[in-house]
Unconditional design. Sequence first.
Lengths: 505, 291
Amino acid sequence: MKNDLGRDVPEGFRPFRGADASTTEPHRLIPAKPAVEKTVFSVSLSDVFDRLGIRDGMTLSFHHHLRDGDFVINMVGAECARRGLKDLTFAPSSVFPCHAPLVPLIESGTITGLVTNYMNGPVADAVAAGKLKRIAIMDTHGGRARAIESGDLPIDVAFLAVPRVDRQGNGTGCEGRSACGSLGYAVPDAAYARRVVLVTDEIADAVAKPELDGRFVDIVLEVPSIGDPKGIVSGTTRLTRDPVGLKIARDTATLLLRIGALRDGFSMQTGAGGTSLAVVPYVRRIMVERGLKARFASGGITAQYVEMLESGLVRTLKDVQCFDLDAVRSRRENAAHEGISASEYGNPFFAPAPVVDLLDFVILGATEIDLGFNVNVTTDSLGRIIGGSGGHADTAHGAKTTIVTTNLVKARLPIVMERVTTVTTPGEDVDVIVTERGIAVNPKRPDILARLEGSGLNVVPIAELMAIAHRMTGVPVRPASRGRIVAAVRYRDGTVIDVVRQTGR
Amino acid sequence: MRRSLLFIPGNNPAMLQNADVFGADGIILDLEDAVTVAEKDAARELVKEYLNTWEFGATEVMVRVNGLSSGWLGDDLDAVLGDKLTAIVYPKADLASLRELDRILSELERRKGLAKRIGVVPIVESATGVVETDAIATFPRVGGILLGGEDFTADMEIVRTREGAELAYPRAKIAIACRAAGIDAIDTPFADVADAAALERDARVAKSLGFGGKAVIHPNQIEIVNRVFAPDVTELRWARRVVAAAADARKKGLGASSLDGKMIDRPVELRAAKILERAAACGLGGPDDEE
C-alpha cells in the first residue's frame, strides 16, 4: 500500500493521508493508571522483575532525559537477558550511542520490538542492518504521547530514571547528583503504563516540586547510579562559530522580522542544532532594539533561553527537556520556567491545544529536503538511521511558520533534492528553507513570499536551490534501497509517513 | 563597489566553496602570505580550477599573487589570468615592481587573447610604498590601493596598536591620493576577528579619513564592514532632504536654498547626491531602511 506521499506502508499499519486527516477522527483515550495502595521501595532489580512478573512478550518503556549518559535502559536490558526473556518490546522515547549493550539483546531475540522517537548509534545501525525481528516504529514526541494515552502503545512496565525521589515515591528531575531537569517525556508513561517503577540513585525526605506523582508509582528502585552526568547534559550548549551557519542564522532572523513574526508577545521554538540555536542571539538583538518581549519559548531549553527569561525578554519557558545545566538550574529555581509533559507539548489531541499549536514560529534543521518541502531527519542519504523526528513533525505542524535552516551543501552532498530518502515531516508543514545560497518559500505560503519582496534577501524557487547545488557538486547517484522494511516512520497521528529499508551490508 | 574584500587562503577548498556566500563585495584568493612555501603549487592549481569552474555572480574576484622577488610571480599570473578575474592584488608594491608587473601582464594578456585588461590593486605596505603613493595611484591599471598595516609597521619597526595612531599618516596619504586619482582606497584588515566592536571603531576611523572599504580576514567581519561603509540612516535622511530642498529651490527659481538654517551650496548638494548614489549601489534606499 502507498500513502498520500507515494511512500510504502507495511501491512498492519495505517497510511498517512495528510497532516490534518486525523482531526476528523474521534480521540480515543484509555483510562489512566489507578493509584496504588502502597509504593514499595526496593534495592534489587531482580526483586522488581519478580514482583511485577515481567515475562516474555511484554512492553517496557523508558524516557531519554539522561540522554547519552543513561544507565537505566542497559540495566533493565541486562536483567532481561540474564533471565532469558524473549520477544520483548522496548519503548524508550529516544536511543543514544550509550545504549550499545542492547545490540546483542536484539541479535539474540530478547528484544524483538522497538518503539522510539529518535535513535542514533549502534542500536540504530543494528535496526538499519535488519537485526531487529519486527519492524521498529519511529514516532514523534507528541505522537508517542498520543500512542500511549490512546492505547496504541500499551506499556506493561515503565522503568523511569528519576534523579531524586522522596519517601512517598514522588520524583523530580531537577534535584540530585544526576539532575537532568524537566521529565516531560516520562509523564505519559507514568500515568498510563500498567506498572510504574522509578529508578533512582537518590532518595530524600522530600522533593521540592515533584514532576512524577508518587500515588501512581508501584515500586521505587534504588540503584548506585542512574547515569553518567557527563553524558546527561552538556555544561552549556555552545553556539556555532561557523560563518556559514551564522550567515544562515542572521538571514533567518532578518526573514522573521520581514514576515512580521517578531511582534510583541510572540512565541518561538528553535531546535537544538547549531544553526537553529544560532538564530536566538540574532532574534534577541532585534527584540532589544525594538523593545519586544516574547510570550513564551518552548521545547528543549538551553542557556540562551534561560538568559532571555532572566533578562525579561521572554515571559515564560515551557520546558519539556533541559539541554544544559543552566536550564536545569533555572527550572529548579524559577517559577516562570514551567515544565510540560510530552502530551501538553505535542500530542495532537491534547485539549484545548498542545503548546506546538500556540507557536508563532519554529526553526528546525534538516538532513535532506526535497522539492515538495518534505524533510528528512531520520536517515542519511545512504539510508542509515541517524535520528528521527523527536519534536520536528509536531512543531512543524503546530507552528504558524515553520522554517528549516540548513547548509545547501554538506560534505559535498546537496541537501536539496528531488525526493528525500525518508520523509520525517511532510512538506505541507514546512514553509521556508533558509540556506547560505538562497531562501525558498513553499508556494502554499504566498503571504510570506509577498512580504519578502524587496527585503534584500535572496529568495529563489526551491528547484533553483537544487540547481545551484548540482552546479557545485554534480548530480549525485543515489543508492537504491530494496531491502526489507526495518522501520516504520509514523506521523504524529500514528499513520505511516514513510518506511526505512535495510541497508545493504 | 569595494566596501569589503575577503581574503581566502588559496589552498583551502572548504573556504573557497563558501567564499562568495557572505555578502563580501569582493574576494581576494590568496597565493601569498596565507600559503606556505610547500603549498604554493597546490594553491595555484586549486585557484586556477576554482576560477575555471565557479560562478561568482556579482562578487568581484581578485587574486593576491606572490611578489616579483619571490620567483613565483610569473607562474602565479600564468595560472590565474582569465576573464573572471578583475584585478591582481600585488603585495609590497613600489613603482619599480609595478612596472615589471605591467609588462608581464601585457604579455600574458596578448598571449592568452584576453578580452579585457586586468586591473591591479597594489598593497602599499612599506615606507617606500607610502612615499610613492601618489605615483602608484595614477599608475596604469591601478584601480585601487590597499593599505597593509602589518607589513608597514614591520618595515617602519614600530608597534601596530589596536587604536592605529601609527597608521594615521599612511591612511590619510592613501585616501587623498586615491581620491585625487579617482580610484578606491581600501583599508588594512583588522586582525582580532573576535572583537566586533573594535573592528567597527577601526572601520569608522578609516571611513572618516575617506576610505571606501576595508579588507577582511574572516567572514564574520563582513556584515560590520559593509554596514560601516554604506551610508547610515542619518546620512541617508540628510541627503534626501538636501536633494529635495535644492530641487524645490530650483522649481521656485531660487539660486540657493537652505536646510535647517544652513545654506545648501553646490558642494553640499554634490555630497548629498553621492551619498544617495552609494546608498543605491549598496542596495539601500527603500522606505524600510529609514527605520
